[in-house]
Design a protein around this ligand. Structure first.
Ligand code: AMP
Length: 190
């Protein structure tokens, strides 16, 4: 089973690229953000638990997220592989994830870090806010999400570097250009 993590700050293009790559390589795209937004919209118990965190740009508690991923991993029959987009976001999630995959006789294949400058992130997120109207894309919440990323999620870079799992791509340029860079990495593992 192939397990790719697409890593980077909000606005790096993880979702856009995960959608493209999952289609191109027949992998299952799991976006925790999308799963949560859909649960919130449908007002499921998960949505009710998650809403206040998502709206404020806070991280949803680790236990909820870890449970959600565990459920999803078990719900496919013999999958070729996954792209995890927006997960893991904390060291605790990353450790639980390693353990979960080990229990399934699998492991993380590669963590693809999409690198973009701060200026570009803000520009993209403010632009996306106009188009998608996400409740967590207001200027204040965007700012907070970036702070949360720096504090809680950025430490994962070292975590995966130490495991020799980290691959970096330049996230600037057109969607096609970035897609090509990511494909080159994915192909090494097929
Ligand atoms: P995203 O679409 O990945 O930017 O996620 C949107 C929001 O969903 C985040 O700001 C968090 O509130 C929540 N969320 C998504 N993934 C996670 C995660 N792995 N851990 C905690 N909260 C998450």
């Amino acid at each position: 089973m192939l397990n790719f993590i697409f890593f980077g700050p909000p606005g790096a293009g993880k979702g856009t690229q995960a959608k493209l790559i999952s289609k191109e390589f027949d992998l299952i795209h799991l976006s925790t953000g999308e799963i949560l937004r859909s649960a919130i919209e449908k007002q499921t118990p998960l949505g009710q638990q998650a809403k206040s965190y998502v709206d404020k740009g806070e991280l949803v508690p680790d236990d909820i997220i870890i449970g959600l991923i565990r459920n999803r991993l078990q719900s496919y029959d013999n999958p070729k592989g996954f792209i995890f987009d927006g997960f893991p976001r904390t060291i605790k999630q990353a450790e639980a994830f390693d353990q979960m995959l080990a229990e399934l006789g699998s492991e993380i294949t590669a963590v693809i870090r999409i690198k973009v400058t701060d200026d570009e992130i803000l520009k993209r997120l403010l632009n996306r806010a106009k188009i998608e109207g996400r409740t967590d894309d207001t200027p204040e919440v965007i700012q907070h999400r970036l702070e949360v990323y720096r504090k809680n999620t950025e430490p994962l870079i070292d975590f995966y570097k130490k495991q020799n799992k980290l691959y970096e791509v330049d996230g600037l340029g057109t969607i096609e250009e970035v897609n090509e860079r990511i494909k080159q990495i994915i192909k090494r593992f097929l």
